[in-house]
Design a protein around this ligand. Structure first.
Ligand code: ADP
Ligand code: MG
Length: 400
């Protein structure tokens, strides 16, 4: 993968950077987690100190090809200005075209301009190569070089991610470099024992990852909503818990493959079951295979948390994707917190620990843990999953 230093001297050059500024907003449109903006800073700082003129392309939310003020990136430009107090950060309400170019021409070396949401133009995400290429040509008119740094979008074949990289000399930014290095280290040749924890809501979201990791991991720990389909496959009762009966046969095959490959499969033995899906629902701890008919599992139980911690003790590489329970409700966040603590301890003991998955990352931040507690917290949900699956990501491939 080409990196920024492969681009040659960049002083005074107009460098287009694709960043991932797709931050969560509250009802009032305020940014609730600026993690992704902070993650974009190393590349921007590098370009600032190299005296480049920096033009950022990014998206926010799903405006579906229309200009919608609630998805404007202007709020992100203000946050960026706060995070880079010594740099001039301006905002261009036009993403492409003559007005956009005029705004860019006002830049001095070492200054930043953030262009309006690329997804206001429906060609950005079009499946039609010609349409995307047309838009990418408009982007290419904005600058001289392209730096791809939005790891959260590299699994997408989109104009500002993929097509533009074919039109300009291009390279991977610091964030992409860091993400790829960490995910490669964890999966290509992991130091063993290699343990993977998979949770989250549905088995069907993660079929590819489970199959791929059954060929690589030494231990596979299953929790969260997807664990109930495993329980069903083993003949247990899961009551009203999240379940996908149409995946039972697939899950049975996973259980067989685990046996055949010598992968230690650790399933929950107990569950925190609630009468309904609400933050204060009355709950009790029950054996995982005996969840009463009128109850649903919302977290792993204490015995499971204990057995997970035990299984992770000697691991040298740990990848975690998907919370163990409905961590959004404090009452049902205990299992997810216990896994976070087990990873923190493992890292202290020398293990390499990686968190992938948007909700898993926001869970650990919600608990007050940070970047230093883990070897790597990925900024890309879908992208890190596809990477773990071993898929080729178009936005990375195009940088090779
Ligand atoms: P990630 O984004 O980390 O890949 P997912 O998107 O797969 O994770 O799943 C996250 C969601 O799974 C969370 O919103 C969480 O509330 C939900 N979840 C976890 N356990 C359960 C459960 N037992 N029942 C219902 N939902 C669950
Ligand atoms: Mg998610």
């Amino acid at each position: 993968m080409r990196t920024i230093s492969d681009l040659g001297p960049i002083e005074g050059k107009k460098v287009i950077v694709r960043s991932d500024f797709n931050v969560p907003l509250d009802e009032n449109g305020a940014i609730t987690d600026d993690g992704r903006i902070r993650a974009a800073l190393p590349t921007l700082e590098k370009l600032i100190s190299a005296n480049a003129k920096i033009i950022i392309l990014a998206h926010l939310g799903r405006p579906k090809g229309e200009r919608k003020s609630e998805f404007s990136l202007e709020i992100v430009s203000k946050k960026l200005a706060q995070l880079l107090p010594n740099t001039s950060v301006s905002f261009s309400p036009e993403t492409i075209g003559e007005q956009a170019i005029e705004n860019i021409n006002k830049l001095n070396n070492g200054e930043i301009i953030l262009m309006e949401n690329v997804r206001f133009d429906k060609r950005e995400t079009s499946k039609d190569d010609i349409q995307r290429n047309e838009l990418a040509k408009e982007y290419a008119r904005l600058g001289d070089l392209f730096v791809s740094d939005g790891f959260g979008v590299v699994h997408r074949k989109q104009a500002s991610v993929y097509d533009i990289a074919k039109l300009l000399p291009s390279a991977a930014g610091e964030l992409i470099f860091k993400e790829v290095s960490a995910l490669e280290k964890a999966t290509k040749n992991p130091e063993r024992p290699f343990a993977v924890i998979l949770g989250g809501s549905k088995v069907s979201d993660k079929l590819g990852v489970i199959s791929a990791l059954l060929e690589k991991a030494d231990k596979l720990l299953i929790c969260g909503g997807m664990s109930y389909t495993f329980t069903l496959a083993m003949g247990g009762e899961v009551g009203k818990s999240l379940q996908e009966p149409d995946q039972i046969e697939t899950v049975k095959k996973y259980i067989e493959t685990a046996k055949k490959n010598g992968v230690e499969l650790v399933l929950p033995s107990d569950t925190v079951a609630a009468f309904d899906f609400s933050p204060d629902s009355e709950s009790k701890i029950v054996p995982s295979s005996e969840i009463p008919n009128d109850m649903e599992g919302l977290d792993i139980g204490p015995a499971t948390a204990q057995s997970f911690a035990e299984a992770l003790k000697d691991a040298k590489t740990i990848v975690w994707n998907g919370p163990a329970g409905v961590f959004e409700f404090d009452k049902f966040s205990t299992g997810t917190k216990a896994i976070a603590k087990a990873l923190i301890l493992a890292k202290k003991n020398g293990a390499f620990t990686v968190i992938g998955g948007g909700d898993s990352a926001s869970a650990v931040r919600k608990f007050g843990y940070g970047e230093n507690d883990f070897s790597h917290i990925s900024t890309g949900g879908g992208a890190s999953l596809e990477f773990l699956e071993g898929k080729t990501l178009p936005g990375l491939e195009v940088l090779n």
